[in-house]
Design a protein around this ligand. Structure first.
Ligand code: SF4
Length: 396
């Protein structure tokens, strides 16, 4: 490292000024000067890897990426960090369908040029061993058409509840709402909250990237809870007999195994979960790296992400799972399974999206008017470039 270092001190200043802790410094004088870590200190901050990005000579490297791939071979795809509602802008570096690294993408209104280290590792979910890559009916591998037909039969038998996710894209949430609207009877739709302390920087207390998308698209009309006691009661009372769950593990949301055994579950998920052990139908869901779409962050900023790598072999591409489910349920073609096509529908349906198009959303996002939701008690506190309305009002 020190044979390359030109002693520019950018990494030192980053720790002092951005992380807020003096961790790195120079020792010795003149040609003997070297960069080192202060005694008793370690570079353990969740923002440490930003020093790799800002080092002008490549003296600092990431253990995860070091010597794995020449950077000029990487295809760069704009994406979004899905760790929280901050929605850091990122670049996904991939080659021949394999992701090798994630780095920050400049957006002065959201994340400047930084991102958390934890968000850089999210690409590992793509090839993780527990990826759900097959369509299954009663635990046996089947084709996508068979899984969709079974889902149709269950959803049309009535007494349905839907569990969506704050991790789904705006487009997926909208299509899920349209699917719910075509089922008979009143279909309750739930979302599962994920909250933890924010770090005041680029990870907020809302660990879902797109709760606001679910609100704006009309999938839900109030903030989600971490567990689903109403759904549990409805299962016990026998008023819900089929659950369509998309991107959530019901056992984590407070639904017991005994309750899962009482209902038919249609499980659409990126990864295996405990719910999949008790589901009637399983269908794979694409990760954020395998599809194009948008999220709405804590500022009500619509931000696009693009497909970096193909989905698992044999899985339906783009938004096909949702558009084909709509088609088998209604016999009608809603739209092409692309973000562009869904936005054509949404701009005529959703007040906040009027005049927009998917292609027209700038790379740094587009702020929409969130005043329709101003009274909701969002959980986020102050972070870089975001101030909750309550704090802003108190300081005014
Ligand atoms: S940023 Fe790189 S070149 Fe500059 S002081 Fe740090 S290690 Fe050395």
């Amino acid at each position: 490292m020190n044979e390359r270092c030109i002693l520019c001190s950018r990494c030192i200043r980053f720790c002092d000024e951005i992380i807020g802790e003096s961790i790195l410094g120079f020792t010795d004088r003149g040609s003997y000067s070297t960069l080192g870590v202060f005694p008793g200190k370690q570079l353990t901050s969740n923002y440490s890897l930003n020093t790799v990005d800002l080092c002008p000579v490549g003296a600092l490297t990431s253990t995860d990426f070091r010597f794995k791939m020449r950077v000029w071979f990487l295809k760069e795809t704009p994406s979004i960090d899905t760790e929280s509602s901050v929605g850091c802008n990122t670049v996904v570096g991939s080659r021949e369908g394999v992701i090798h690294r994630i780095t920050p993408r400049r957006n002065d209104a959201v994340n400047d040029t930084w991102m958390p280290d934890s968000g850089r590792m999210l690409y590992k979910q793509v090839d993780s061993e527990d990826r759900l890559t097959e369509y299954r009916l009663d635990g046996k591998v089947c084709g996508a058409d068979d899984a969709l037909a079974a889902a149709q039969e269950l959803l049309q038998s009535g007494s349905v509840a839907i569990v969506g996710s704050g991790r789904l894209s705006v487009e997926e949430q909208y299509l899920l709402r349209r699917i719910a609207g075509r089922l008979s009877g009143s279909v309750p739709v739930y979302l599962v909250a994920r909250t933890a302390d924010g770090d005041g920087m680029l990870i907020s207390a809302d660990r879902n990237p797109n709760v606001r998308g679910a609100l704006v698209t009309g999938l839900i009309d109030s903030l989600p809870q971490a567990t689903l006691p109403e759904l549990a009661q409805a299962i016990d009372a026998g008023t819900v007999k089929t659950i369509l769950t998309v991107g959530e593990d019901l056992t984590v949301a407070g639904i017991s195994v005994e309750q899962l055994r009482k209902v038919a579950v249609i499980n659409i998920h990126t990864h295996h979960s405990d719910t999949a052990q008790y589901s009637k139908v399983d269908m794979p869901l694409l990760t954020v790296f395998e599809k194009s779409g948008s999220f709405i962050n804590q500022q009500f900023r619509v931000q696009k992400f693009a497909q970096a790598v193909p989905g698992p072999k044999g899985t339906l591409f783009g938004l096909s799972t949702f558009t084909r489910l709509y088609r088998v349920l209604t016999g009608e073609e809603l739209c092409e399974p692309s973000a562009d096509a869904v936005w054509h529908l949404m701009v005529n349906d959703i007040e906040e999206f009027k005049g927009l198009s998917f292609r027209g959303i700038p790379e740094t996002g587009h702020l929409i008017d969130g005043k329709r939701f101003a009274d909701l008690p969002f959980v986020e506190g102050k972070s870089l470039h975001y101030e909750p309305a309550a704090v802003a009002t108190a300081q005014a």
